[in-house]
Design a protein around this ligand. Structure first.
Ligand SMILES: NC(=O)c1ccc[n+]([C@@H]2O[C@H](COP(=O)([O-])OP(=O)(O)OC[C@H]3O[C@@H](n4cnc5c(N)ncnc54)[C@H](OP(=O)(O)O)[C@@H]3O)[C@@H](O)[C@H]2O)c1
Length: 318
């Protein structure tokens, strides 16, 4: 896959043309001496010879002619769609693991946790009713934040919350406790965490195991007036059960950045619900410059040494 001595790396996505063009510019700026080019520009021979491709939710059919594909570098951290569409494919999928993305997500989690901690939805409602009323302020150390998922993003979010003085615990598949954050595992661990939590932050990948995880029973396990922040994937929460819990007053507020259908349909009850803050999937946008440098480092290391970066475990689904 080289032309005039320059390695040409296929870029495969279903992005809008203008998005693809700005990604190509960022990737090429990060990889002097290589050429990242749209798949359509490669010759059939180049496609057949390609061992690595850079992808963003690619059409799986586009990857089929790349018989020698060893791995693909995804521009996204969440790859559930690609995993489900490429079952049985022989190549490895490497997710975006950008420390900047984790910092951006940690900033978002801190911002929206503070929004809930400082009762902003309630003071907003009071302002609309011209109501001057002060409520007791809980100390951050008495506010219990439960984080589901302590991976790249969950860990960074936990650190930001601990630094802000919150009482933080987390839940993950394997115990990976770290300073100041107790980690629970398993079904019992999840129930124990939910019973304890005032503000629940969801940062799990969407897998067959996490789809619908926050169902009616588990939402009911949260204490009365608890709140939820979902910055992971919409289908992790049962929407009907969440609306019911908000309507009955069992839950106080939900900050939702991700939905089963995106963009959120106009008819969704979430838009106008007083107990819901709707965000248009903006909690942690990928930064093209920093992400491109991560991609460049991974691809360069592979071309130099043949070493494939750690990939997604297809059996686990993340
Ligand atoms: N809203 C946005 O803008 C945005 C941006 C980027 C990413 N995301 C979403 O955030 C998700 C998380 O990203 P990440 O990079 O932090 O992923 P990650 O590094 O793979 O971490 C996933 C975490 O979830 C835990 N986990 C997975 N399945 C579990 C299960 N069945 N039971 C208990 N724990 C489980 C893992 O446990 P172990 O540690 O034990 O493996 C790990 O702690 C992505 O998949 C993506 O969907 C959203």
């Amino acid at each position: 896959m080289s032309e005039g001595g320059t390695t040409r790396i296929p870029f495969v996505s279903r992005m809008r043309a203008d998005d693809a063009a700005s990604w190509l510019a960022a990737l090429n700026a990060a990889m002097p001496g290589r050429q990242v080019v749209p798949l359509a520009e490669l010759t059939p021979a180049e496609r057949a010879a390609a061992a690595v491709a850079i992808v963003a939710d690619p059409d799986p059919a586009d990857l089929l002619p790349m018989h020698r594909l060893v791995w693909v570098q995804s521009l996204w951290a969440g790859v559930e769609r690609m995993l489900s569409e490429t079952q049985g494919a022989p190549y490895a999928i490497v997710r975006m693991n950008d420390p900047q993305l984790a910092l951006t997500m940690a900033e978002a989690v801190l911002a929206w946790t503070l929004y809930l901690h400082r009762d902003m939805p309630r003071y907003r409602r009071q302002q609309q009713a011209a109501q001057w009323r002060q409520h007791p302020l809980a100390l951050a150390r008495d506010r219990r934040i439960g984080i589901l998922g302590l991976g790249n993003l969950g860990k960074a979010a936990a650190c930001a919350l601990v630094n802000q003085g919150f009482n933080v615990s987390g839940w993950s598949r394997t115990a990976s406790g770290f300073d100041g954050v107790e980690t629970l595992t398993g079904e019992d661990g999840l129930d124990a965490l939910l019973e304890w939590t005032d503000i629940l932050v969801i940062l799990l990948p969407l897998t067959p195991e996490t789809r619908g995880l926050m169902d009616r029973r588990r939402l009911g396990t949260l204490p009365v007036s608890a709140s939820i922040i979902n910055f992971a994937r919409g289908p992790i929460i049962d929407d009907d059960a969440l609306l019911e819990a908000l309507n009955t007053g069992h839950l106080g507020h939900a900050v939702l950045d991700v939905f089963a259908t995106e963009p959120l349909p106009e008819a969704s009850p979430y838009w106008k619900h007083p107990g819901v803050t709707v965000l248009p999937h903006i909690s942690a946008p990928t930064n093209k410059a920093t992400a491109s440098r991560i991609v460049a480092a991974n691809v360069e290391a592979y071309l130099r040494t043949g070493m494939v970066p750690p990939g997604v475990d297809r059996a686990k689904g993340y």
